[in-house]
Design a protein around this ligand. Structure first.
Ligand SMILES: *[C@@H]1O[C@H](CO)[C@@H](O)[C@H](O)[C@H]1NC(C)=O
Ligand SMILES: *[C@@H]1O[C@H](CO)[C@@H](O)[C@H](O)[C@H]1NC(C)=O
Length: 337
């Protein structure tokens, strides 16, 4: 519904249909959440040509204006203090703190509890939010000490405009000046727009020369004997990436082998997040350790993961090769047909 609304707003603004989009997600999004984002795009009638992480998008926005001057590597710190939610501390959390504070104040001063009165609470919340916004637009002094490994500090999210927040951040960075060229509300959307221009071959040479390297937020691997997780693609690997691993059986004379794919960092597979199951049948009947098997993890630029398996002796291949790797509930199995 959000994507449908965004599509409508954009179409009204630009006066033509929007068919494709680059979508930004929080960096901590796991594989299932990214897949769900792609599905949401399909439902909204948008072809999501790329999913990029929020801090990556903000870094693109910073990088575009700083490419020519940059001599090689630049370290950019992305400070994100945005809307709301549980995982991120966001603007709504400030509102909640203020509302609770004033409920207590009211109790203390007037001996009256307004927490059960929805109308009063609504009015209090609106007032608190307005006060927060007012405080966000007043300016503060900037001291530049500039003796840091960080070249630029880019602010993301409306709440990063709060002067007190900026001051705390600046104090932490020995007074390092924060980038003010990019509006924190727009930094991420700006980065996504640049990426969309690159992918559709539009914009200046400067834009076309940008190369974006995105990384995986979580390791990907498969389960081996006694629930030992074998990591195929470690986290923070640049994508797209393709990894082939030699493997074998752990029992004698089997004709098929199950492949359970997980994401996460824990050594025990069951402590990680199961992405899907697959079965390779028609393998060489032999004692354990003899069959020569290969498992390939292919993580594509659009975030789709394809896992395939092959027996090098019998030539048997995983039947689900080249199909989209489906996210299934724990315990579910792919039909072997
Ligand atoms: C580019 O770098 C300069 C110097 O660090 C900084 O002041 C400026 O805000 C950066 N531009 C953008 C768009 O981030
Ligand atoms: C595996 O097959 C071989 C050859 O047929 C046989 O000797 C052996 O006992 C089998 N092992 C098991 C565990 O079934």
């Amino acid at each position: 519904m959000v994507l449908t609304k965004m599509k409508q707003i954009t179409e009204t603004y630009i006066g033509s249909e929007v068919e494709k989009a680059v979508v930004i997600v929080p960096a901590y999004f796991n594989y299932a959440q990214r897949q769900a984002t792609l599905d949401a795009g399909k439902i909204a009638g948008i072809d999501i040509i790329r999913i990029i992480n929020e801090p990556t998008a903000a870094a693109i926005a910073n990088g575009l204006d700083n490419i020519s001057g940059a001599t090689g590597k630049r370290n950019v710190l992305i400070f994100d203090l945005g809307g709301a939610g549980d995982t991120h501390l966001g603007g709504e959390d400030f509102d909640n703190r203020m509302v609770n504070h004033f409920i207590e104040e009211f109790k203390r001063k007037h001996n009256k509890d307004i927490s059960g009165n929805p109308k009063s609470l609504r009015r209090l919340r609106t007032t608190c939010e307005r006060a927060k916004r007012t405080l966000s637009s007043s300016s503060i002094a900037v001291i530049d000490i500039n003796k840091n490994a960080i070249d630029d500090v880019v602010m993301v999210g409306g709440s990063s405009r709060i002067p007190r927040v900026q001051q705390i951040l600046q104090d932490l960075l020995n007074g390092k000046e924060l980038c003010r060229d990019i509006n924190p509300y727009e930094a991420v959307a700006y980065g996504a727009t640049i990426q969309a221009a690159i992918l559709s071959g539009q914009g200046s040479d400067k834009i076309q020369d940008l190369v974006l390297t995105e990384v995986t937020p979580l390791s990907l691997g498969y389960e081996t004997v006694r629930e030992v997780m074998n990591f195929a693609i470690p986290r923070n690997s640049a994508i797209p990436t393709k990894v082939t691993i030699s493997a074998s059986t752990s029992t004698d004379n089997g004709s098929s082998v199950g492949i359970r794919v997980f994401e996460g960092e824990r050594a025990r597979s069951s402590d990680n997040n199961l992405l899907g199951n697959s079965v390779l049948s028609g393998i060489q009947i032999a004692p354990r350790g003899v069959p020569k098997l290969e498992i390939t993890f292919d993580l594509q630029a659009n975030g789709i993961l394809e896992v395939s398996a092959r027996d090098k002796v019998t030539g048997s291949k995983n039947k689900h090769h080249h199909q989209e790797w489906k996210v299934v509930e724990k315990g579910d199995r792919w039909d072997d047909d």
